[in-house]
Design a protein around this ligand. Structure first.
Ligand code: SF4
Length: 173
């Protein structure tokens, strides 16, 4: 749903916005689904290789704080319930950036995401192969849900993910 305050700010900057296509339920559902395997990965490292845990936590901190400056803080949906809770989260600690959203930021999101998924995998197998299968299946399910609920209607032009529901405007790269 369109946020009248944000739309007014964007129009004052001469930028056209597209109404937010995501209901708040999508933000909570997608974020919750991604959190489950995320917590499983942290658990596996804490249990089997605690000295490696700080690196995993660093990946998470980089993804949810520093990188948001280059993506969510530049997004039309900054401060809103969007594809995840990142739009709301980012507005808690970063000002909106005036620079355009760039595709490179999404590549960094993907690289850090891959590190977060793969780094705990050996420790997940050390717990048990069943744990590792559930861990990987949880990521597959969460990413499929993300694609289905969020990406399929996403109007952000700068995102390089294939199969997005673009073409209705949004942030240009
Ligand atoms: S880049 Fe995605 S997650 Fe971040 S504010 Fe925009 S829609 Fe939300």
């Amino acid at each position: 749903m369109e946020n009248p305050v944000i739309t007014r700010i964007e129009k004052a900057k001469g930028r056209e916005t597209v109404p937010n296509p995501w209901p708040a339920s999508t933000s909570f559902t997608v974020t919750g689904a991604l959190a489950i395997p995320g917590i499983m990965g942290i658990y596996a490292l804490a249990k089997k290789a605690p000295r490696r845990l700080p690196l995993q936590l660093s990946f998470w901190v980089a993804l949810t704080t520093a990188l948001r400056r280059f993506i969510c803080a530049r997004c039309d949906y900054y401060g809103e319930y969007c594809s995840t809770l990142m739009g709301k989260w980012t507005a808690l600690f970063l000002e909106r950036e005036s620079e355009p959203l760039e595709t490179a930021g999404f590549y960094w999101d993907a690289i850090l995401g891959a590190c977060i998924i793969l780094y705990p995998l050996p420790q997940a197998f050390k717990i048990s192969w069943k744990f590792a299968v559930v861990y990987l299946a949880s990521w597959v399910a969460a990413l499929a849900l993300f694609n289905q609920l969020a990406c399929s209607i996403c109007p952000i032009q700068a995102c390089p993910m294939p199969g997005r529901g673009r073409g209705r405007g949004g942030n240009e790269s």
